[in-house]
Design a protein around this ligand. Structure first.
Ligand code: A2P
Length: 336
């Protein structure tokens, strides 16, 4: 069987990669509908050698759609997901709008694939930094019971959308010419800088991005008691998020055991030969679907502690690929 698929946000940074990933994986598509706002209506996009026109999203856009992949921001999703579901589509949503809703599964296929089975129309795709972290940590948690996670992120500008990618390019060019440029989609200067601020600040002085890593990790791993200490920063990298992660486990854990668990973990590639300059980096993860882990070392602050460095393409595994994998699960489990 083939399916009618819509992409809302088809002109955006993640939407474009969704198209690429659907094509690469030869997703069984009957009709493909590309949607965005009026701003992009009429723009042409290529899919499998054919040209498609982007349309402005309307309620009728979701008539006869089986699967709708959304990546158009939280408020757009809040408005359009219920309409798409009403029309009979299953929505896989990349925004943060529905992730913590108790009626909405939050799914990383390598971790909690079975959760798609209780969906009520919407399935949420987790935060990019959270996805790559849980893909690496869940297999360790199953064997060693993780009690605590301390994570610092080094997040690429692509995670903030197409405008932020332009911001980094334009500000870097301007600075090299000795000129000024003020980013439009980022809260501060990004060229030759690091911004410890992603999404909005909350009353507890954490950012919303940081709290996503706390709450979503617990929900995806079904581990309500895991303690997460997050700091999220934006770095002047175009694509690929990096994370320094320290875990404290209940059971004793060694570097060799961690390497062995990660070598057998689905979706993970261990890249860990530090004396030969081999470790995960965003420029190598760019364009790949796996999560790369290296710099695995015994942590010096906890008795049962391991530190590691986790890198993934945030537009792919952190967004588009994970969403398409969720759509593939819907087919696999006969839910669509
Ligand atoms: P548009 O290009 O028409 O603005 P990014 O994350 O790269 O900024 O992309 C956001 C995506 O979400 C774009 O495809 C954008 O379309 C789409 N989008 C943003 N706001 C709306 C809206 N109100 N209705 C429909 N699509 C929207």
């Amino acid at each position: 069987r083939k399916y009618n698929v819509a992409i809302l946000g088809a002109s955006g940074a993640v939407g474009k990669v969704m198209l690429k990933v659907l094509e690469e994986r030869d997703f069984p598509i009957n009709n493909l509908k590309l949607l965005a706002s009026a701003r992009s209506a009429g723009k042409e996009v290529e899919f499998k050698g054919e040209k498609y026109k982007i349309e402005e999203v309307k309620p009728e856009s979701f008539d006869n759609i089986d699967i709708a992949l959304f990546s158009a921001g939280g408020s757009t999703s809040k408005k359009w997901a219920p309409i798409a579901v009403e029309k009979g589509a299953i929505v896989v949503d990349n925004s943060s709008a529905w992730r913590m809703d108790e009626n909405v599964p939050l799914v990383v296929p390598e971790v909690n694939p079975e959760d798609v089975k209780w969906h009520k129309g919407i399935i949420a795709n987790p935060n990019c930094s959270t996805i790559q972290m849980v893909v690496a940590l869940y297999p360790i948690h199953k064997e060693k019971n993780i009690k605590r996670i301390i994570v610092s992120t080094y997040q690429a500008v692509s995670g903030a959308g197409a405008k932020a990618i332009e911001d980094l390019r334009k500000e870097t060019e301007a600075k090299l010419k000795g000129e000024d440029y003020k980013p439009e989609a980022l809260p501060n200067h990004i060229a030759f800088n690091v911004i410890p601020h992603i999404d909005v600040f909350l009353d507890n002085l954490h950012t919303k991005e940081e709290m996503k890593m706390v709450n979503e990790t617990r929900k995806i791993m079904h581990a309500p008691d895991i303690k997460v200490s997050p700091t999220c920063a934006r770095v002047p990298v175009f694509n690929g998020h990096s994370e320094s992660v320290v875990i404290e486990t209940e059971k004793p854990i060694t570097v060799e055991e961690t390497r062995e668990i990660l070598r057998n973990a689905p979706g993970v590639i261990v890249e860990d030969d530090p004396f030969n300059n081999i470790y995960p980096m965003p420029i190598n993860a760019d364009g790949k679907d796996e999560v790369f882990v290296g710099r695995i070392k015994k942590d010096l602050a906890f008795d049962n502690g391991i530190a590691m460095w986790i890198v993934a393409d945030n537009l792919r595994k952190g967004a588009a690929t994970n969403a398409v994998q969720i759509a593939e699960l819907l087919i696999k489990y006969n839910l669509v």
